[in-house]
Write a protein that binds this ligand. Structure first.
Ligand code: BG6
Length: 510
């Protein structure tokens, strides 16, 4: 009998049922005073520690322009964790984490601060056994990327000592068009090799998004109909009920399409449309997603196949809310889109002729993200036409959030003496089928960074390809006057309904 035959599968590190636990390491967050850090990153680090997925000596370092001591930083993290963590607060977990917290006050061009950061890293290696393994999380506006990576290089922080690793984690927006993205990529890759760079698209960290691949490639019944022979069109919706809140500085001039279509929605589209990867490793996934993105084509007439709009005042959740142009910090002449819809085609054998409609907006009727694969009508119906007139098209809807799960819509006979057929739906809900609650996207992604697992991180080429798709749309919008308006709390502008109506279709009302 061979050695492998004696292998206990429960001890096999390749066994995917075993929890993946990060090895000795630390995380340095630049931009630690920002919203993302407080609401998502710090709570995610705590939740990982609480789930036992971080090593005992794990260390968290904050870098920002504040006169804080380590204790002040720990207090900020404490409050963030108390307010936003997913899992219950446990004093012993907190204490262990807090012992490894350090704060470095300084500007990004402050050499002394970076020296101090290097000393802190050395000290933590000694005291807490982080073994020189560090991830640098750039939760800062892209204009600071060049300076931060340059400083990391200059102070010897980007180069991993023998046997250890250094990684850079980069938040979106990754550029504002193809040219700026290429320039940023060039700068980052002057310091970090491609496999050291982890670009965050937090949608890829969502369980339901990963489930697209499980659904398609672990089952037999969907793939045979997942193509132009059966699918009429695909609708990808990311609707938010919130406005821009306090993010005027970031959002104005960027807009909905750059904020989420360029990344989240095109990634959802790529996962929905891609071929089966050779394996579930980063390189194979990128290869397939990239093939889709490269095959994406914009219709020739952008006037008729794209829509942008801004929210006007309206009612939401029983409250009167302001329009975009009245928000604090927004230029009243701003033409920034808070709603964007585009029609895309995928020029390949599987999808030729099947439109993918992508839409997103702030201050819409409710928060929902879903992918709806809408099927063609049955080629022939033996039933009386009057009895089926309300019958819609079959659809498979992947409910990304909230209410995570999947719905299949089909026609069914109404009980009674006539052959009346009506739409019904069959639901799968995560909450009902599984006892575990889903981790937050950032828990998964931070853990993957520490493990060096790049599957859920878009590569340079994907980012650039996505800008190639979006740039002509933005350029077209730049030539137009004021955007259309839609009432807050509605489902977007009439122009978007008209865009689909011209194709004989309509948007779903989730
Ligand atoms: C971010 C966008 O990437 O995603 C925000 O910048 C948006 O504008 C957010 O609100 C939505 O994320 P989620 O996970 O709440 O759907």
């Amino acid at each position: 009998m061979t050695a492998t035959a004696w292998h206990n599968p429960l001890r096999d590190p390749r066994d995917r049922r075993l929890p993946r636990i990060a090895g000795p390491s630390g995380l340095v967050i630049f931009g630690v005073t920002g919203d993302l850090s407080r609401k998502k990153l710090m709570p995610a680090v705590y939740d990982l520690a609480n789930r036992g997925l971080l090593p005992p000596g794990f260390s968290l370092l904050g870098f920002a322009r504040r006169e804080w001591e380590d204790q002040d930083f720990a207090e900020v993290v404490h409050d963030a964790v108390r307010e936003h963590a997913r899992t219950p607060f446990r004093e012993e977990v907190w204490q262990q984490l807090a012992d490894g917290m350090r704060f470095i006050p300084g500007d990004f061009d402050d050499d002394t601060a970076f020296e101090q950061l290097r000393d802190a890293v050395d000290e933590l290696d000694d005291k807490r056994g982080t073994s020189g393994n560090y991830a640098f999380y750039l939760s800062v506006p892209p204009k600071f990327f060049p300076k931060v990576v340059e400083q990391l290089k200059k102070h010897g922080l980007a180069d991993a000592p023998e046997g250890s690793w250094r990684r850079a984690v980069i938040e979106k927006p990754f550029g504002h068009d193809l040219k700026s993205a290429q320039e940023l990529n060039r700068i980052v890759h002057e310091v970090f090799a491609p496999d050291q760079v982890f670009r965050i698209d937090h949608y890829l960290g969502k369980e339901t998004v990963q489930n697209i691949l499980a659904l398609r490639f672990a089952n037999q019944m969907y793939e045979p109909v997942w193509n132009r022979s059966y699918v009429d069109h695909v609708q990808i919706t990311m609707a938010e009920d919130i406005g821009i809140g306090g993010r005027a500085g970031y959002y104005d001039g960027i807009g909905a399409a750059r904020d989420v279509i360029q990344n989240h929605l095109l990634q959802l589209m790529a996962l929905t449309a891609m071929e089966e990867p050779a394996s579930f490793d980063a390189a194979s996934l990128v290869t397939e997603k990239l093939k889709v993105l490269k095959s994406v084509r914009l219709p020739a007439d952008l006037e008729r196949s794209t829509v942008r709009a801004q929210y006007a005042a309206g009612w939401q959740g029983g409250e009167r809310v302001r329009g975009y142009l009245q928000e604090d910090g927004i230029d009243p002449r701003s033409t920034t889109d808070t709603y964007a819809a585009v029609k895309l085609e995928v020029d390949n054998r599987r999808w030729a002729g099947v439109p993918f409609y992508l839409r997103t907006g702030k201050r819409l009727g409710r928060r929902v993200t879903e992918i709806a694969v809408v099927f063609q009508r049955a080629p022939h119906s033996p039933f009386d036409s009057t009895a089926t007139e309300e019958l819609g098209q079959n659809a498979i809807v992947i409910r990304v959030q909230p209410d995570e799960g999947m719905t299949v819509r089909f026609g069914s006979k109404v009980p009674g003496t006539s052959m009346e057929i009506r739409d019904v739906s069959m639901d799968f809900a995560y909450g009902e089928s599984f006892t575990e609650s889903s981790p937050e996207a950032y828990e998964r992604l931070i853990l993957d960074v520490l493990l060096g697992d790049a599957n859920l991180f878009p590569r340079t080429e994907e980012v650039e390809e996505s800008w190639r798709i979006l740039d002509p749309v933005e350029e077209h919008w730049d030539t137009l006057g004021r955007p259309a308006q839609y009432a807050s709390g509605s489902w977007g502008p009439e122009e978007a309904d008209e865009m689909l109506a011209r194709d004989g279709r309509s948007w779903r009302r989730p």
